[in-house]
Design a binder for this molecule. Structure first.
Ligand SMILES: [Zn+2]
Length: 247
């Protein structure tokens, strides 16, 4: 009797041990699985993305009658984009994280404006990112002009692919899901901008809306719209990397 009872206790203990082990394993697996997903990209050779909020400091960029400056909207969107990209395991390098212009970081003999742009180019080139994204706000004499435009360098096929991936996700995430507006489409446009022409890596310049259009003007200052734009750009970048197996 005694021996049988002891055997039962051992058997019960073993069951409890196995159960406890399974629970611990499950908890550990849950934590690791999350990290594995986050690290899938970061374990690769390159997980760097440069985010470049246009203008800053003395250079306000475009503005509206109420005194809102492009530079501030660019930085708000760029910081939100950094947050989204970091969630996906990317290492994000910002050309600026505060209200400053960058000419002091360039030593070329040129105007303040050109030195500022040269500093941005240097930061992008030195980090050799998978992609870079410059954030800007558009303006037009035609107040009817509106919408997100994604610019790539005309001869860059990768730039065009990236631009189209971002356009698609802005259409889905911002216009369709968030604004429930099917009348507007994001445009990918080939353009000879300095930051696209002079840099060595694939990149795009995203104009997040027109400050001169009443509807866009309201949206680009809205934190939720800025967040959706950031999510859409981030999703577009991931789509580009996955679809074209970019490293
Ligand atoms: Zn600008």
């Amino acid at each position: 009797m005694k021996r049988k009872a002891r055997f039962y206790v051992i058997k019960l203990n073993r069951r409890i041990l196995i159960l406890v082990a399974i629970i611990i394993l499950a908890i550990v697996a849950m934590f690791f699985l999350k990290n594995v997903v986050l690290n899938t990209i970061s374990n690769g050779e390159n997980n760097r993305i440069v985010v470049d909020p246009g203008h800053g400091g003395i250079d306000g960029g475009t503005s509206d009658k109420a005194g809102f400056l492009e530079k501030d909207i660019n930085l708000d969107v760029a910081l939100k984009l950094k947050k989204e990209l970091k969630k996906d395991g990317f290492r994000v390098i910002m050309t600026r994280e505060k209200d400053e212009s960058l000419e002091e970081y360039s030593h070329i003999n040129a105007s303040r404006y050109k030195r500022d742009l040269n500093a941005r180019k240097t930061i992008i080139d030195e980090n050799k990112p998978i992609v870079f994204v410059s954030i800007h706000v558009n303006s037009s004499k035609k107040t009817s002009a509106r919408g997100v435009k994604v610019y790539y360098y005309p001869t860059s096929t990768n730039g065009e692919k990236l631009a189209k991936c971002i356009c698609k996700s802005v259409d889905d995430i911002v216009y369709k899901d968030f604004l429930k507006d099917n009348s507007i489409r994001t445009e990918a446009i080939g353009e000879d901008y300095f930051v696209l022409r002079e840099t060595e890596n694939t990149g795009v310049l995203v104009e997040v809306g027109f400050i001169t259009n009443p509807e866009d003007n309201r949206l680009i200052k809205d934190s939720e719209y800025q967040k959706r734009i950031a999510i859409a750009i981030s999703e577009g970048i991931k789509k580009y990397i996955d679809t074209y197996d970019v490293k």
